[in-house]
Design a protein around this ligand. Structure first.
Ligand code: BV8
Length: 231
């Protein structure tokens, strides 16, 4: 089972205590997406957005990587072919779980971005409105997060990896947000086998060859053991 591309979403961090987006008690139940996850929302009320991400940064800092994050790191270390994790998550649990070959396509809580000069630097635990950029000194610091209507990061590299994939796996994502939700179709077109690991079928579940249903801390380690046994 050569090259594996793994797309992860909020569900892989759920058992680490980080709330998902679309559960009843999820993040989008508490905030309007338009207010906290769009450039327009940030322009309208930067304090609301900065406070929203400060809260999530603190929650992520208190969370620990779980067995699913660690299993993916083991797969990367022990599998013969290439293993690339493309995460929609902005927490750093994949890194802390040991993953190295990793793309944060929707940005990262621990990164700050200058809206003026595109400089990036490590975000402080609490950002504030009007924070200055260490490179150009403009008061234009913002969370380094891809909001709705903004282009996700490293799309070229992601599509290139999918074009070479023998297996595409989506773990803990509801399949509601594009272009990530379109990756399974891309992978199928490239001839990869496709597997969805989730509590329940996602909005694009029907596009996968196979599914493994159950909590990620159980299903992902079992799946990784199976892959490594097959070599
Ligand atoms: C773009 C920010 C173009 C960071 C996020 C109409 C049709 C198609 C597309 C669009 C459209 N209208 C608008 C669009 C585009 C839009 C989009 O897709 N909208 C949707 C809502 C229709 N997309 C965009 O805007 C993207 N950009 O298209 O740019 C462009 C082109 C040219 C030039 C410029 C731009 C940008 C999208 C990124 C938005 N940012 N997050 C943050 O705040 O975190 S999206 C946010 O929701 C997350 O990042 C994540 O990507 C996304 C989906 O969330 P999930 O991770 O799937 O989480 P969710 O809660 O939904 O589901 C959890 C899953 O886990 C569930 O399935 C559950 O069953 C499972 N689960 C739970 N517990 C467990 C579990 N599984 C296993 N074990 C468990 N224990």
């Amino acid at each position: 089972m050569g090259n594996i591309v793994i797309l992860t979403g909020a569900g892989i961090s759920a058992e680490s205590g980080i709330e998902t987006f679309r559960a009843e008690t999820g993040l989008w139940a508490q905030h309007r997406v338009e207010d906290v996850a769009t450039p327009e929302g940030f322009a309208r009320d930067p304090q609301l957005v900065v406070t929203f991400y400060n809260g999530r940064r603190a929650q992520a800092a208190d969370a620990q990587p779980n067995a699913a994050h660690k299993a993916l790191a083991r797969l990367e270390a022990e599998h013969q072919g290439e293993v690339l994790v493309v995460t929609q998550n902005v927490d750093d649990l994949h890194e802390r779980g040991g993953s190295r070959n990793l793309i944060h396509m929707h940005g990262a809580l621990n990164s700050a971005l200058c809206g003026q000069c595109d400089n990036r630097w490590e975000a402080p635990m609490q950002m504030h409105v009007g924070q200055t950029c260490p490179a150009c000194t403009a008061p234009a610091a913002r969370p380094d997060i891809v909001w709705f209507g903004e282009m996700p990061y490293q799309m070229e590299r992601i599509f290139e990896a999918i074009s070479r994939a023998d297996l595409f796996v989506a773990i803990g994502t509801s399949g509601n947000v594009y272009p990530a939700a379109g990756f399974v179709a891309e992978a199928a077109r490239a001839g990869a086998a496709t597997l969805e690991i989730n509590l329940e079928p996602s909005a694009v579940g029907s596009q996968f060859d196979d599914a493994l249903l159950g909590p990620a801390t159980q299903t992902v380690p079992a799946w990784v053991n199976d892959i490594l046994k097959r070599g």
